[in-house]
Design a binder for this molecule. Structure first.
Ligand code: FMN
Length: 179
């Protein structure tokens, strides 16, 4: 197996995850850090932009992750497909889209409600349903996570395979590593 094909396949699996609701790659864990503390959470992989190798996610302007990524854009994504026995670790850098209208317009009314929850995310409330969807200012944000490096691990009884990839602006360096 050629290492370039192995890395290409991993990137294709990430791309397919954005369009296939059943793919486990639809829901990666996103890690970020601030003040020497590390945080992680599940996010929806919305779109893969091939030309700059980046993944689009949506979030709330008032979420912790938004604040953390604004302060320190270096982050990582973790994907795991238990059927393919494929793990992909991505080191990335977050960029914030100014023009979000294309993405916002494609959301249905129910999805839009996630960005007008009152009070703000993480606020203490007196009961589980002690919130409403009536914030007047929507807090929808689109974050593009540009891939900087990949670490791809495929587990197999015939021998595990692991490779790394360093993604530069115009080229990519792929190499096998010991699993
Ligand atoms: C299946 C699933 C999908 C989620 N998708 C998103 C998402 O796309 N964007 C997001 O901001 N939070 C998403 N969340 C919620 C986050 O995991 C997290 O609980 C919330 O955003 C607060 O995170 P933070 O305080 O670290 O910012 C999702 C949670 C689950 C369980």
């Amino acid at each position: 197996m050629n290492v370039t094909i192995f890395i290409d396949d991993a990137l294709k699996t990430i791309q397919r995850g954005t369009v296939d609701r059943k793919s486990p790659f639809k829901l990666p864990a996103l890690s970020s850090s601030i003040d020497n503390k590390v945080f992680q959470r599940i996010v929806v992989a919305r779109r893969f932009i091939e030309h700059d190798q980046s993944l689009i996610i949506y979030t709330d302007h008032e979420s912790q992750k938004y604040h953390q990524l604004k302060t320190n854009p270096l982050c990582s994504l973790l994907f795991w497909d238990s059927k393919k026995r494929l793990q992909v670790q991505v080191a990335g850098e977050a960029y914030f889209l100014d023009d979000k209208s294309d993405y916002w317009d494609k959301l249905n009314e129910n999805q839009k409600k996630d960005y007008v929850i009152n009070p703000l995310p993480g606020s203490e409330i007196s009961s589980a349903d002690g919130y409403s969807y009536d914030s007047t200012k929507p807090r929808f944000e689109v974050i593009s996570i540009h891939f900087k490096t990949l670490d791809v691990l495929e587990l197999s009884p015939d021998g595990h395979r692991r490779a790394k990839s360093i993604l530069n602006k115009n080229d990519r360096e792929d190499f096998w590593v010991a699993p």
